[in-house]
Design a protein around this ligand. Structure first.
Ligand SMILES: Nc1nc2c(ncn2[C@@H]2O[C@H](COP(=O)(O)OP(=O)(O)OP(=O)(O)O)[C@@H](O)[C@H]2O)c(=O)[nH]1
Ligand SMILES: [Mg+2]
Ligand SMILES: [Zn+2]
Length: 334
C-alpha cells in the first residue's frame, strides 16, 4: 500500500500498520470508519488532500488524537460516485461505491417530480440502477391529481415503483427485497420519510426522525449527514439528508439525454445523430412529446439539465484556454 507521507506533515503509521475500512458517515474533517469486524471508529483525515464520503473504502490507522481514535490516510479508487452541485455551483461528492439509488417521494410535503427526474438522471449517468418510492401511502388522499400518472410513467421507464407507509409497514418487505443485493442511497426532499424507512428496514437502528413542520409542511432537515447501515437480509443502505433542490453535475451536452431513458430511446430516430432535441428538424423526441408519449415535464427536466451542461461545457472550455492553451481536453472541470 502506498505510504502517503509527505515532508512537513505529521507522519502516519507505516504502511504495514494500515487497516482496511469503510467510511460509514462523514462530518467534514471527521469521518466514522467501520473496520473489518464491523466496529466503528471516529477518525480524522491525514493532511488536507483527502475528502472521503460515505461508502468510500479507505486505508486508516489506529492513532488517537484530537478526540478521534484513528486517522484515514488514503481513499481507495471508487467504483461509482454520486455528486451534486453545491450552492456555488461546484461539484461535490455525496456518496461513493453505490450500486442503486432510491428517489423517495411522499404526498406530503408536496412532491417535486423535477427533483426526482434529476436524481434519476444522476443515477443513469453514474451507472446506478434506480427505483422510486412513494412513502406515506396512508396520506395518499392528500396527494395532488397528477401523482398516479407521474408514478405510472416512471414504471413504464423500467424503474421499480414501490408504495410504502410506516402505518402497518406497508410495502417494506417488497422494498427490502429490491435493496437486498445493493449498496443503495435513499434521497429526496426533507420530510418524505427516508429515516423512517431506514428504521423500518433495519430493526434496532434509530435514525433520527422529526415531525414535519405543521405550518409549512416542509421537512425540517433532521438528518444532517449521510450514514451507511447494513440491511438484515444483505445489502447496505445509506440514509441521506433531505434537500430543497438537487442538481447533479451534468456530463457533456451530448450525453445529457442518457439520463432520461425515454428521451435517449426516442433520440435514436432523430434525423441528425447529434440532435440535442431543442427544435432541430426531424427530431423524434419532439414528435414523441407532441404525441403525449413523453411528458412535457420530463422534456423540461431534460432541457434544464442540457442548459446546465452547456454552462459547464463553456466553463470547461474557458478554463482549458486559460490553464493550458492548445492542450485538447487538458483540464477537467473538477
Ligand atoms: N403519515 C405518515 N407519516 C410518516 C411516514 N413516514 C414518515 N412519516 C413522518 O414524516 C416525518 C418526517 O420523517 P423523516 O423520516 O424524519 O423524514 P426524512 O426524509 O428522513 O427527513 P430529513 O432527514 O429532514 O431529510 C416524521 O414526522 C415521520 O413520522 C408514513 O409512512 N406515514
Ligand atoms: Mg432523515
Ligand atoms: Zn432530437
Amino acid at each position: 500500500m502506498r505510504n502517503p507521507h509527505s515532508p512537513g506533515k505529521p507522519s502516519p503509521q507505516s504502511a504495514e500498520s494500515l487497516l482496511d475500512g469503510r467510511v460509514v458517515a462523514s462530518h467534514g474533517r471527521h469521518v466514522v470508519v467501520e473496520d473489518a469486524e464491523g466496529i466503528r471508529h471516529g477518525c480524522r483525515l491525514f493532511g488536507r488532500r483527502l475528502s472521503p464520503v460515505c461508502g468510500d473504502r479507505v486505508a486508516w490507522s489506529l492513532e488517537a488524537a484530537e478526540g478521534a481514535t484513528g486517522m484515514v490516510v488514503e481513499v481507495q479508487p471508487r467504483d461509482t460516485t454520486l455528486s451534486r452541485c453545491n450552492l456555488r455551483g461546484e461539484p461535490e461528492d455525496i456518496a461513493a461505491n453505490l450500486t442503486h439509488l432510491v428517489a423517495v417521494l411522499a404526498p406530503v410535503p408536496a412532491p417535486d417530480f423535477s427533483i426526482c427526474d434529476r436524481y434519476l438522471a444522476a443515477a443513469e449517468w453514474a451507472g446506478l440502477s434506480a427505483g422510486v418510492v412513494l412513502n406515506k401511502a396512508d396520506l395518499r388522499a392528500r396527494a395532488g391529481a397528477g401523482l398516479d400518472a407521474e408514478l405510472a410513467h416512471y414504471a413504464t421507464l423500467g424503474y421499480a415503483v414501490v408504495e410504502t407507509s410506516k402505518v402497518g409497514a406497508e410495502g417494506i418487505a417488497r422494498l427490502a427485497t429490491l435493496l437486498a443485493a445493493h449498496t443503495s442511497v435513499l434521497v429526496g426532499q426533507s420530510g418524505v420519510g427516508k429515516s423512517s424507512l431506514t428504521n423500518l428496514l433495519i430493526p434496532g437502528v434509530e435514525a433520527a426522525v422529526n415531525e414535519v413542520s405543521r405550518a409549512t409542511e416542509e421537512g425540517k432537515h433532521t438528518t444532517t449527514a449521510s450514514t451507511l447501515y447494513h440491511l438484515p437480509h444483505g445489502g447496505e443502505l445509506i440514509d441521506s439528508p433531505g434537500v430543497r433542490d438537487f442538481s447533479p453535475p451534468p456530463p457533456e451536452p451530448r450525453h445529457v439525454a442518457g439520463g432520461f431513458r425515454e428521451i435517449a430511446a426516442a433520440g435514436h430516430d432523430c434525423r441528425f445523430a447529434d440532435c440535442l432535441h431543442t427544435g432541430e428538424p426531424g427530431c423524434a423526441v419532439a414528435a414523441e412529446a407532441a404525441a403525449g408519449r413523453i411528458p412535457q415535464r420530463r422534456l423540461g427536466s431534460y432541457l434544464r439539465l442540457l442548459d446546465l451542461a452547456r454552462q459547464f461545457d463553456e466553463q470547461r472550455r474557458s478554463t482549458t484556454r486559460k490553464v493550458s492553451p492548445g492542450r485538447p481536453g487538458g483540464s477537467r472541470h473538477r
